[in-house]
Design a protein around this ligand. Structure first.
Ligand SMILES: [Mn+2]
Length: 459
C-alpha cells in the first residue's frame, strides 16, 4: 500500500487582498505530477481543502478539475478527503454521489444517530492496493467543540450509570456539571468527546479488520505536543490547549496517522508514524521558514512503514523586511534595494520564482517598522519606495521600541473595571509615551456616548 498524504490547501485564500489562484494551480499540477511519478494507491487529504465555508466558485472549479484529472489519470487511485475546521462539511459532501463513482471519498461529518450515538462505520473506508489487498482508513473530519462537549456530557452520565466508554483517568479532570464556561466550551470535555469518538471508531475497526490488515487514520485536529506558530491566524483558534487531543489516542495498532490542521510539517510527540503534512503554501508571514511538501508512505507486507518527505517549493516567496523591525529611515533604505519591475534578466530567487512583469509572480512583502512616533505619511512613504519594485505589499507591521514594561502592565489591567476612556488613555500612554491629546479625547467621548445611546435604543 502506497499513500500520498497532504493537507491544508486553503484553496480560495485571499491573502491580504491578493488572489492566490496561480499558486494553488502550480501546487495542484505539481501534485498530479507526483501521483504520476509515484503511482500511489491512495491520496489522503487531511482537511482545510478550502480557506472558508463559502469558497469562490473559481476555487471550487479548480478543486473539481483537479479531482477529475487525478481520477482520469489513474483508474486505481483512491482519494479520501475530510473536512477541516475551515471547510463547510455540507458543501464538501454535496458532491459525494458523483465523486464516489470516481473513488473519491469525502467525509465532512460524523454521522449522528442522536443522543450521542454515531454511525462510526461510515467513517471507515476500505482502500485497496493494486494486488487487491485491503487497508482500512479511519477518516475523521474536524470535530467541533459544541458537539464534543455534549457528547462528553452524555458519556459521563452513561459512565456514572456504569455503561460509558470514557476512561477513568480523564473523567477525573472533568469539573462538576454546570461549572464549565458557557461560551468557549471545556478543553477536557472536548478531549473526552474526541476520545469517545475514537473509542467508537476503534470498536468499529476491530469488527471489520482482518488479521494482518493495515489501518491508517486521516484526521483534522490539534494533537498536544506539536509545534504551532504563535502568530498564525488560521491555527490560533485552538491555541491555549482548548481544542486539543492527546496523541495517545493514536497508539492502537495504527500503521500511519495522516494529520491536518497545523501548517508546519512535523511528527507528533516523537511518534514516527503520526505526522502533519503541513500546508503546501505558507499561509501567513509566520510560516515563511516552514518547508512545504507532502509525505509518501509505503506499507509493504511484512515490512516497517517507510515515510519519505517530498518537498514542494511554493512559487511565490513571502518576504519579511527588514529581518527585524527597524526605524522608518532604515526600512526605506532596505526597500530601495529590492529589484525593480521589468528589468531584463532578473536573477532567479532561491525559491524559483522570478519577480518579472507578471504581478501574480511577485513576492508578498511584509514591511516591519519600529517607531515610537509613527508619522501619518509613513504609509505613503512606503508606497512610494515600493512604486517600481517587483513585490506586492501585503502587510505593514508597526512596533513600539519599548513595549515590554508597558505590555506587562497592560496584562495586569482589569478590563472589566476600566471604562473605555481610561483604557484608551492607558493604551495611548503605552504606545506613544504621552497623554491622549484632547481632540482625540473629545472624539472618543462622542463615540462612546453614541454607542451608549444606541444600546439604550436597542433595549
Ligand atoms: Mn485547520
Amino acid at each position: 500500500m502506497r499513500i500520498l498524504h497532504t493537507a491544508d490547501w486553503h484553496l480560495g485564500q485571499n491573502f491580504f487582498g491578493y488572489d492566490r489562484s496561480r499558486e494553488h494551480e502550480v501546487f495542484l499540477n505539481w501534485l498530479l505530477d507526483r501521483v504520476e511519478e509515484y503511482r500511489p494507491d491512495a491520496l489522503l487529504v487531511a482537511g482545510d481543502v478550502f480557506d472558508g465555508p463559502n469558497p469562490p466558485a473559481s476555487s471550487q472549479r479548480r478543486y473539481y478539475s483537479f479531482l477529475s484529472r487525478l481520477t482520469e489519470m489513474d483508474s486505481h487511485v483512491q482519494t479520501v478527503i475530510i473536512a477541516g475546521n475551515h471547510d463547510s462539511a455540507a458543501r464538501l459532501e454535496a458532491a459525494v454521489p458523483l465523486l464516489e463513482d470516481r473513488r473519491v471519498f469525502v467525509r465532512g461529518f460524523l454521522p449522528s444517530l442522536g443522543e450521542g450515538r454515531y454511525e462510526f462505520s461510515k467513517l471507515l473506508l476500505p482502500l485497496y492496493d493494486r494486488q487487491g489487498r485491503r487497508t482500512w482508513c479511519m477518516a475523521v473530519p474536524f470535530l467541533r467543540m459544541g458537539e464534543m462537549d455534549m457528547l462528553a456530557g452524555l458519556r459521563q452520565q452513561a459512565g456514572e450509570n456504569g455503561t460509558g466508554g470514557v476512561t477513568g483517568a480523564l473523567a477525573t479532570d472533568v469539573p462538576e456539571p454546570g461549572v464549565c464556561p458557557e461560551d468557549s466550551g471545556n478543553p477536557n470535555r472536548y478531549r473526552m468527546g474526541v476520545e469517545s469518538v475514537f473509542d467508537g471508531l476503534y470498536q468499529a475497526l476491530s469488527c471489520c479488520r482482518q488479521e494482518g490488515e493495515r489501518a491508517v487514520i486521516l484526521a483534522h485536529l490539534q494533537a498536544t505536543g506539536s509545534e504551532i506558530s504563535e502568530e498564525d491566524r488560521s491555527e490560533r483558534i485552538v491555541i491555549g490547549g482548548v481544542e486539543s487531543v492527546l496523541p495517545e489516542v493514536f497508539d492502537k495498532k495504527i500503521d500511519y496517522v495522516a494529520l491536518g490542521h497545523l501548517h508546519r510539517a512535523q511528527k507528533v510527540s516523537g511518534r514516527e508514524h503520526v505526522r502533519y503534512a503541513g500546508a503546501p503554501l505558507p499561509m501567513s508571514f509566520a510560516e515563511t521558514r516552514y518547508r512545504q511538501g507532502i509525505y509518501l508512505v509505503d506499507m509493504e507486507e511484512g515490512k516497517e512503514v517507510e515515510i519519505e518527505r517530498i518537498e514542494f517549493a511554493p512559487p511565490v516567496p513571502l518576504l519579511r523586511l527588514p529581518e527585524r523591525p527597524a526605524a522608518l529611515a532604515e526600512v526605506l533604505s532596505c526597500l530601495s534595494s529590492l529589484p525593480e519591475i521589468r528589468e531584463e534578466r532578473e536573477p532567479e530567487s532561491s525559491r524559483g520564482a522570478s519577480p518579472d512583469g507578471q504581478p501574480d509572480r511577485r513576492p508578498y512583502l511584509e514591511v516591519r517598522i519600529c517607531e515610537s512616533h509613527p508619522s501619518v505619511f509613513m504609509k505613503e512613504q512606503i508606497g512610494q519606495a515600493l512604486e517600481h519594485k517587483a513585490v506586492r505589499l501585503a502587510k505593514l507591521v508597526l512596533e513600539n521600541p519599548h513595549p515590554e514594561s508597558a505590555d506587562r502592565e497592560m496584562l495586569r489591567l482589569d478590563m472589566k473595571s476600566l471604562g473605555p476612556m481610561e483604557l484608551a488613555e492607558k493604551l495611548y500612554r503605552k504606545q506613544h509615551g504621552e497623554e491622549l491629546p484632547s481632540d482625540l479625547q473629545q472624539l472618543l467621548l462622542r463615540v462612546i456616548s453614541e454607542v451608549e445611546q444606541e444600546n439604550v435604543g436597542m433595549v
